[in-house]
Design a protein around this ligand. Structure first.
Ligand SMILES: *Cc1c(COP(=O)(O)O)cnc(C)c1O
Length: 409
C-alpha cells in the first residue's frame, strides 16, 4: 500500500476526556499517584498510560507526537519547544567529545551557527560538504564520525538531498542520517526513504499560523526513549519542553496540513514558472531547470507538489531590496523571515536568515547577495498575485523579458 502521510494522520483516534472530538488539553505540570510504589517504578522505566512530570511527558504533547510519528511513519516522536532545540538535542544525544559530524554546507543559519560556532566548545568536529556530492561524503567518513546531517530541501538554495543514497552510505558505515524536513512536510517522507531521524521546526508549515515556535523529533522508539531518559536523556536534562496549550493548537493545525501543502505547492509552481518566463534565475524543485528535478520526482509524494518555497536572484542587491519593499507595498505579502505562513513572506537570506554564514562561504555555496527567498502563501487567486509581482518588478527597472502590458500599471 502506498505510504500517505495525510491518511496516516486521519486514521488516528484521539478523543477528549468526555468524548470530545479533540483530545483534552492536560493543563498540569505534575501528576498524582495512588501508590508510592507506582511512582518509584516510573522513575525506573516508562509505564503505559502513566505520567510523572511534564518536562518528561505530557499527554497533550504525546498526542501531537503520535500524530507526527504517524505522518513520518516512525515508531515514535518527541515534541520540543523549538526547531533549534529539536536539532541540537538530537546532535547532543548522539555525539560525545571527540566525535565528528558531516553536515551539508547549506543549512538553516541557526543550524549552521550551532555546528560551526557552538560545537567546538564540546570538541565535536564538523566537516561541511556539498550534499549533492556523495563521493566527498564517503571520503570524509572516519572512525569518529557519528552522523550525516542535512535538510531535505535546503535553505536557502532549495537543493534536494538524495536521501536514499545518503541513507545507504550511513547504513554501510553504521552511522545515523539526520534530515531536517521543515521545508517539505508531506512532500517528502525522509524516514520512508531511509533517514534514521527526522527533525522539524513546527513553527513553519506544520503549524502554519506563525503564532508560536515549536519543534519535533521523529525516530525509533529506542532513540526517543534514550532522548527522554530521566538520568541520561538530552531532552529530559536540557528541558526544551513545549507548553501543552500550544501543542493542542498545533495538533489541530496539523489536520489541515495536507490541504495547505497542496495549495502552497500549486501557487509556488505557478509563481516560479512566471518568474522564469521573465528570464530571472529561479530556484524551485518543480522546474525542469532545477539541477535535481529528476531526483525530486523520484522521491516526492506526488500529490503534495514541490513545496511552497522559491528563491530568485535579483541583482544588484540594492534592486532586490527595492523589489521586496515593492512586494510589500503592492500587498503580495510581508517582508519577514520565517516561512510556511498562509500569507506570502519574503526575505533576503544573505543578510538575514543565513547571515550567520560568513560572506566568503556564502559566495562559495552560490548564495548571491541579491537572492530573495519567497514562501508562497495560500492565495486563492495566484494570477492576481503574479500581476502584483510584475508591477513590483516593473519599477525597479531590471532587465527581464516582456512583462504583459496589463501588469505594468
Ligand atoms: C526555522 C528553521 C529552523 C529552526 O526552527 P525554530 O522553530 O525557529 O527554532 C530549523 N530548520 C529550518 C529548515 C528552519 O526553517
Amino acid at each position: 500500500m502506498k505510504f500517505d502521510p495525510a491518511s496516516n494522520i486521519q486514521d488516528l483516534k484521539q478523543f477528549g476526556e468526555f468524548g470530545g472530538v479533540n483530545p483534552s488539553i492536560t493543563d498540569s505540570s505534575t501528576f498524582t499517584f495512588l501508590r508510592t510504589d507506582t511512582m518509584e517504578e516510573l522513575f525506573d522505566h516508562e509505564l503505559e498510560g502513566c505520567f510523572l512530570y511534564s518536562r518528561h511527558w505530557n499527554p497533550t504533547n504525546r498526542y501531537l507526537a503520535e500524530a507526527l510519528a504517524a505522518m513520518e511513519g516512525t515508531e515514535s516522536a518527541w515534541i520540543t519547544s523549538s526547531g533549534m532545540s529539536a536539532i541540537t538535542s538530537v546532535i547532543f544525544q548522539l555525539c560525545n567529545s571527540g566525535d565528528h559530524i558531516i553536515a551539508s554546507r547549506t543549512n538553516y543559519g541557526g543550524t549552521f551557527a550551532f555546528l560551526k560556532n557552538y560545537l567546538p566548545k564540546f570538541n565535536i568536529k564538523v566537516s561541511f560538504v556539498d550534499i549533492t556530492d556523495p563521493e566527498s561524503i564517503i571520503s570524509l567518513i572516519r572512525k569518529e564520525t557519528r552522523l550525516i546531517y542535512c535538510e531535505s530541501i535546503d535553505n536557502p538554495l532549495l537543493e534536494i538531498a538524495n536521501i536514499p543514497l545518503l541513507a545507504k552510505i550511513a547504513d554501510e558505515k553504521n552511522i545515523k542520517l539526520i534530515v531536517d524536513n521543515t521545508f517539505a512536510p508531506m512532500v517528502l517522507s525522509p524516514a520512508q526513504l531511509g533517514a534514521h531521524i527526522v527533525v522539524y521546526s513546527l513553527t513553519k508549515f506544520i503549524n502554519g499560523k506563525n503564532d508560536c515556535v515549536a519543534g519535533a523529533i521523529c525516530a525509533s522508539k529506542n532513540f526517543i526513549s534514550d532522548l527522554s531518559d530521566i538520568n541520561q536523556g538530552t531532552v529530559m536534562l536540557l528541558g526544551p519542553v513545549l507548553d501543552s496549550l500550544r501543542a493542542a493548537n498545533i495538533l489541530k493545525n496539523l489536520h489541515t496540513l495536507h490541504i495547505r501543502m497542496k495549495q502552497h505547492s500549486k501557487n509556488a509552481l505557478f509563481v516560479a514558472r512566471k518568474l522564469e518566463e521573465l528570464g530571472l534565475p529561479v530556484y524551485y524543485p518543480g522546474l525542469p531547470s532545477h539541477p535535481q528535478y529528476d531526483l525530486m520526482n523520484q522521491i516526492m509524494n506526488k500529490e503534495y507538489g514541490y513545496g511552497g518555497m522559491i528563491a530568485v536572484d535579483i541583482e544588484p542587491p540594492e534592486k532586490a531590496k527595492m523589489f521586496m519593499e515593492n512586494l510589500q507595498k503592492n500587498n503580495v505579502g510581508y517582508l519577514a523571515v520565517s516561512l510556511g505562513y498562509f500569507k506570502t513572506l519574503f526575505s533576503h537570506p544573505g543578510k538575514s536568515t543565513s547571515s550567520e554564514i560568513p560572506r566568503e562561504f556564502q559566495h562559495e555555496i552560490g548564495l548571491k547577495e541579491g537572492l530573495i527567498r519567497i514562501s508562497v502563501g495560500l492565495d486563492s487567486d495566484i494570477e492576481r498575485t503574479v500581476k502584483r509581482i510584475n508591477i513590483s518588478l516593473k519599477d525597479i527597472d531590471i532587465k527581464t523579458n516582456e512583462i504583459p502590458d496589463s501588469d505594468k500599471t
